[in-house]
Ligand binder design. Sequence first.
Ligand code: THU
Length: 161
Amino acid sequence: MKTISLESKIIVYESRDEIPSDILRLIGEAEEAAKRAYAAYSKFQVGAAILMNNGKVVTGSNQENAVYPCGLCAERTAAFAASALYPEVPFSRIAVTAINPVTPLKVPVSPCGSCRQVLYEYEQKFGQPIEVILSGQEGPVYHLRCIADLLPYTFHAGFLP
Ligand code: THU
């Protein structure tokens, strides 16, 4: 018997002053996207901004529905829009943030499992790591090397016939 360790490294920026300006700009785009969320039911507004290899930024926000499961998270809204607009362009980075209008979010938002899986698909498709930048309304900002670090031991196309 043996054990396998799965490691994921996270850079933690303790304050905004430490964050490189290009990353800060992408966080700003995600913050603006969060304000455009349609969060009629949860009131929790999430924004995502994807920087593509061609320099374009594609944003998304959560889109809710009276039939709750029909809604979609910000990350998938952005990822599907990015892939639909630029099907052959790899994703370089994604910034995700959220607004809790009742209790301001003091920790970085944490993407759900389905969004991690969807983003992993594009990481695999292009064979290029997608850096992940996660922030709250205040507090630390996390910077991960790739989606695989967010979703270790992942199901992928290689399992399929
Ligand atoms: N949500 C996102 O958009 N992204 C996440 O990573 C977590 C949750 C949305 C879905 C729903 O509209 C609301 O936040 C509450 O779950």
